[in-house]
Ligand binder design. Structure first.
Ligand code: GLN
Length: 494
């Protein structure tokens, strides 16, 4: 069984088509592994074995019909996936890691989910997340923390910690996540997997439980750039249900890997190598840049001078938008309702009891930043500085094709490591927030380990809608290195 779960996506798809094993057998192998490991890792909040087996059996019917009468097949037919619990899967509970949505089962699919289903996937279940995707460690989940498969005492990163840990622990070959300020890239980095945060507007947000609407993106985790690219190609593209998606063709991601990276200009931003960064993170990223150079790329310094404002700007804009988005959870329309004498008391009690501390902190910060008299000084000012951050990237991408930088200043920290200090937790996001503020794509890939055996990640950022360059560079790198093939040792738990 364990051989199944180590296959690359193209190998898995080819084996399914050849009939070496059925989609049902594959789904059962994953469900069995989840059964054994989920109690240690707490990756899945909801499992959907019945749905998975129904979808797998349908895939098997199509595959056997196809073997008799070949023709085009959905590209991911029979492949199991895990879905972050902020994305709607019709008929399946969607909690967003919050008590306030407990028991809520949306009647529709998110567009990203709908497109993966059309591509033939099998849904294993919904993965853990910080409450409403607010966090960098999955510790803010109302349902308990997920454990990092590389070291169970450490966080998997966040907020998509469940999806990243699922792929790292081989509980799913692919997973969907969301990235508002780093929530795909940072957990990918902490768990040693590959994760893409697409350009804002590339993937529909329809059916993604909203956090910061001008920053939210839907992304993918896979074990390699090639695997993630396959799923990205399925979910990307215009959606009439999300007016911020762009009607641009989704480029073919050509990954033959043999062409090398000759002529690729890689910018290394000095602002991302700051005091306080863990030395092993800096060393591994610099070494990865050298590996890109040995593949023919040219590395050169670039400057993104407004980087240091990204943190305060993000922590105004994201809470401001969150405070508006979360106003809908009133105890009337979704989830639990706590009884009270008046309507206002129903709102107050339900929101007071069912939202967690971090969510309340953000609602208060955001409401304050948007209040009359402060709006211009805070939200308005932050939007202006956001434009400067975006211009930094536009200027940089006039002279380079990709920007290479660390994903986070540290590797995975201990559960509870940031204690009750939200500001020290926010600092984990310094390197991921700028891409969201600018709307540019970012791809995180593993580039080494620290002395505790914890994965280090590098992110490649590109100009708007240039995801294919990121995939190409990462794929070439993964052809000559094997960090992405390393796996955490979980045998003792099986
Ligand atoms: N850690 C950041 C936050 O708490 C980013 C989270 C995310 O990308 N969803 O807002």
């Amino acid at each position: 069984m364990s051989d199944f779960v180590d296959l690359t996506l193209p190998e898995m798809i080819a084996a399914l088509r050849r009939g070496e094993f059925s989609s049902r057998e594959l789904a059962l192998a994953y469900l069995d592994r989840i059964e054994q490991l989920n109690r240690h890792l707490h990756v899945f909040l909801t499992l959907t074995p019945e749905l998975a087996l129904r979808q797998a059996e349908e895939a098997d019917r199509r595959l056997s019909a196809w073997r008799k009468d070949p023709g085009p097949l959905p590209p991911l037919l029979g492949v199991p996936v895990a879905i972050k619990d902020v994305l709607c899967v019709a008929g399946v509970q969607a909690t967003a890691g919050s008590r306030i949505l407990e028991g809520f089962a949306p009647p529709f699919n998110a567009t990203a989910v709908e497109r993966l289903l059309a591509a033939g996937v099998v849904v294993l279940g919904k993965t853990n997340t910080d409450e409403f995707a607010m966090g960098s460690s999955t510790e803010n989940s109302a349902y308990g923390v997920t454990h990092n498969p590389w070291d169970l005492e450490r966080v998997p990163g966040g907020s998509s910690g469940g999806s990243a840990a699922a792929v790292a622990a081989r509980l799913a070959p692919l997973a969907l996540g969301s990235d508002t300020g780093g929530s795909v890239r940072q957990p990918a980095s902490f768990c040693g997997v590959t994760g893409i945060k697409p350009t804002y507007g590339r993937v529909s947000r329809y059916g993604l439980i909203a956090y910061g609407s001008s920053l939210d993106t839907v992304g993918v985790f896979g074990r390699s750039a090639a695997d993630a690219a396959l799923a990205f190609a399925q979910i990307a593209g215009y959606d009439p249900r999300d007016a911020t998606t762009l009607n641009l063709p989704v480029p073919e991601v050509s990954l033959d890997g043999r062409e090398g990276l000759r002529g690729l200009r890689v910018g290394v931003p000095e602002e991302y190598f700051i005091a306080g960064i863990q030395p092993e993170v800096e060393a591994a990223v610099r070494q990865a840049v050298e590996a890109l150079e040995s593949l023919g790329a040219e590395a050169r310094p670039v400057s993104l001078p407004h980087t240091r404002y990204a943190l305060p700007v993000y922590y105004l804009i994201a809470p401001a938008e969150a405070s508006a988005n979360l106003a809908r959870y009133d105890g009337i329309r979704y989830g639990p309702r706590l009884a009270a004498e008046t309507m206002w008391d129903v709102f107050r009690r339900t929101r007071g009891d069912e939202f967690g501390a971090e969510v309340k902190r953000r609602i208060m910060l955001g409401t304050y930043a948007l209040s009359a008299g402060y709006y211009d000084a805070y939200y308005g000012q932050a939007q202006k500085v956001r434009t400067l951050i975006k211009r930094d990237f536009e200027r940089a991408f006039e002279s380079v094709d990709v920007i290479a930088a660390p994903v986070a200043p540290t590797t995975a920290f201990k559960i509870g490591g940031h204690g009750d200090d939200p500001l020290s937790m926010y600092l984990e996001d310094v390197f991921t927030l700028p891409a969201n503020l600018a709307g540019v794509p970012g791809l995180a890939i593993p580039v080494g380990f620290d002395r505790d055996g914890l994965p280090v990640g590098m992110q490649l950022m590109g100009a708007h809608f240039r995801e294919e360059i990121l995939f190409r560079a990462a794929h070439a790198y993964q052809q000559v290195t094997n960090w992405h093939v390393m796996k955490p040792n979980l045998e003792g738990l099986l």
